[in-house]
Write a protein that binds this ligand. Structure first.
Ligand SMILES: Nc1ncnc2c1ncn2[C@@H]1O[C@H](COP(=O)(O)OP(=O)(O)O)[C@@H](O)[C@H]1O
Ligand SMILES: [Mg+2]
Length: 196
């Protein structure tokens, strides 16, 4: 039998780390995270100075994850790239721009980095990529629910309850928050215009 793999993905600040920890406890699962792989020196990374962020290669991550897969436990892979790994189910955690901004500000991230992540969240990138790689993709809005509740929803979906309700493709922030996107894009275009 193939080892069971559950992927928890989403834009930074959507609650992956917290939810994955709760889930791992409840399921007595083997939790595989990027910090763990870095600690074990099974994963290397580059550094993007401008973005002040580690850059991880998708294929390297897959290799490192494979080394840590347990055959007799459920495996939970938690990363903003976890959706790219072949899994039994992928849970993409989502958060609306207001919630995300609050959470990322708390981390003390620079405004440009926060904006970049809000834009990525609004473009549904994780969900789209997840659907290209995996069949069972679910999305959960964490904007106003706590981590415990989100973990509870995931457990129910895994037990074949309300699968349809959370199937990927139903969450979109563009209708309510679309203005943010156009404002940011036009600001960037202005900045990018060559000087005469
Ligand atoms: N429903 C929720 N699920 C998970 N985290 C949440 C939720 N609501 C609020 N949070 C908060 O969001 C913040 C970011 O969570 P974290 O797990 O670090 O995100 P990530 O790992 O995706 O970057 C934490 O302060 C967490 O407590
Ligand atoms: Mg995290």
């Amino acid at each position: 039998m193939k080892p069971a793999i559950i992927a928890i993905s989403g834009t930074p600040g959507t609650g992956k780390t917290e939810v994955a920890k709760i889930l791992a406890k409840r399921l007595d699962a083997n939790l595989i995270t990027v910090p763990l792989l870095l600690r074990k020196k099974q994963l290397g990374y580059g550094y993007d100075k401008k973005r002040r962020t580690k850059v991880i290669d998708e294929k390297d991550l897959e290799k490192a994850v494979k080394k840590n897969i347990s055959g007799d436990k459920i495996n939970i892979v938690e990363s903003h790239l976890a959706h790219l790994i072949k899994s039994g189910s992928v849970f993409v955690l989502r958060a609306n721009p207001d919630a995300l901004e609050k959470r990322l500000k708390k981390r003390g991230w620079p405004a440009a980095k926060i904006r970049e992540n809000i834009e990525a969240e609004m473009l549904d990138g994780t969900t789209i990529e997840a659907l290209q790689k995996n069949e069972n993709v679910y999305e959960i809005d964490t904007s106003s629910a706590g981590a415990e509740k989100t973990a509870g929803v995931i457990l129910k979906i895994l037990n074949n309850h309300y699968g349809k309700k959370y199937r990927a493709g139903k969450i979109s922030w563009t209708e309510k928050y679309g203005k943010i996107l156009t404002r940011n894009l036009s600001r960037r275009n202005r900045l990018a215009k060559p000087k005469r």
